[in-house]
Design a protein around this ligand. Structure first.
Ligand SMILES: Cc1cc2nc3c(=O)[nH]c(=O)nc-3n(C[C@H](O)[C@H](O)[C@H](O)COP(=O)(O)O)c2cc1C
Length: 219
């Protein structure tokens, strides 16, 4: 092999190596260019919230107001065309009759364009260990299909009874989330609004804990 041939081989190898380096360089730069591209941020539309509640002696109303102060949205009380009697015992008897006959009281409350809402918080006391008839009226009247429904409750210490199950039954095409419940008043014994002052502060702590647990509050 003469000097000329040796030089030719060295030249070819050098060209091959530099070619390889160029290809590698291009690859690396194209990779780093890809990294420099801004990440695609997917913006989802904010969820529109309705907080609707039935309350006679304002315990459930207080929970509704606490939820509202944490998550925002529209806050609406469920009111009847014909309010229940003031007397507790007469009301208990009327509710028992309504539950037995399946009577659904007419509501004064009207929701403008229920379709605009994604999340519906629905609050109610336990009445006769069941969902109060006006709340059944509400769930029968408005189509909550495809929406997320979040129940909350107060009671005299006997618990939610069948209330949360009835919400699920009446919202078969909604996503019904684990609800919130706490002890409120005992109207039978003349104990009306108890979720106030120190008890209201405790309720607020419990509500925040629950909202975080169900991923409705991030901070
Ligand atoms: C008609 C009626 C029936 C009730 N039935 C029950 C019951 O079965 N179990 C219970 O724990 N509390 C019962 N309570 C008590 C309420 O659930 C409790 O006082 C609740 O906190 C009231 O909520 P509010 O202040 O939002 O009206 C009943 C109250 C009324 C007016």
């Amino acid at each position: 092999m003469n000097t000329h041939q040796v030089k030719e081989i060295i030249m070819k190898r050098t060209l091959n190596i530099s070619g390889l380096l160029i290809v590698l360089g291009c690859l690396i730069s194209s990779c780093s260019n890809a990294e420099e591209k801004p990440a695609q941020v997917k913006l989802s539309a904010p969820q529109k919230i309705l907080i609707v509640y039935l309350s006679r002696t304002n315990n459930t109303k207080t929970i509704a107001e606490i939820i509202h102060s944490k998550v925002g949205g529209d806050l609406v009380a469920i009111e009847m065309e014909k309010p229940y009697p003031e007397d507790y015992k007469t009301t208990v008897a009327q509710v028992a009759n309504e539950n037995e006959s399946g009577f659904l009281p007419l509501l004064k409350t009207k929701i403008e364009n229920i379709g605009q809402y994604d999340l519906i918080y629905i609050g109610f006391p336990t009445w006769g260990m069941a969902l109060p008839p006006p709340v059944k009226s509400f769930l029968r009247r408005y189509d909550l299909k495809g929406k997320t429904v979040i129940p909350f409750n107060t009671n005299a210490g006997y618990g939610i009874g069948s209330t949360f199950d009835t919400v699920k039954e009446l919202c078969p095409y909604s996503k019904v989330i684990e609800g919130f419940t706490m002890k409120g008043g005992i109207e039978r014994d003349g104990v009306l609004l108890v979720i106030k002052d120190e008890k209201r502060k405790q309720a607020e702590t419990q509500v925040v804990k629950w909202l975080r647990k169900i991923n409705m509050l991030q901070h």
